[in-house]
Unconditional design. Structure first.
Length: 134
């Protein structure tokens, strides 16, 4: 059991966490910038803006993580579907956190910003374990 944990948390794990963070940071910046443009500037409903911005960030994240982080270019359809389903799960978490933020009278932008960190951690673990496994 301990050997399995050490193997899972070895150097490749930390390298992948680092690059997932870099890629995720860029895609989160794309996500939140598009969200701000759609919601704040153009006045779109926050939930619709969130769906559009998250899908954009999700597509960019899959392409970059697939090629540069996890370096898995095989099983493209399986990996894309798995990544997308994980992203939809993240979207539901994000929508829930936006709703919770609304109940707490937080701005939609602040709720969105906070949700990104929680959702990213959950998605990394799912993507590393399922989507980009060998």
């Amino acid at each position: 059991m301990i050997a399995r944990i050490k193997r899972y948390l070895g150097a490749p794990f930390f390298r992948q966490v680092f690059f997932y963070g870099i890629i995720g940071g860029g895609c989160a910046l794309l996500d939140i910038s598009l969200f701000a443009l759609l919601h704040t500037v153009l006045g779109m409903n926050e939930y619709i803006a969130n769906i559009i911005s998250m899908h954009t960030g999700m597509c960019a994240s899959f392409l970059l993580n697939r090629k540069f982080n996890f370096k898995k270019t095989d099983k493209t359809l399986f990996r894309a579907i798995s990544f997308y389903l994980t992203g939809l799960f993240g979207l539901s978490l994000s929508q829930g956190l936006l709703w919770l933020g609304d109940l707490m009278s937080l701005s939609a932008e602040l709720s969105k910003f906070i949700s990104i960190f929680f959702v990213a951690a959950v998605q990394f673990l799912i993507n590393r374990t399922i989507t980009f496994r060998k």
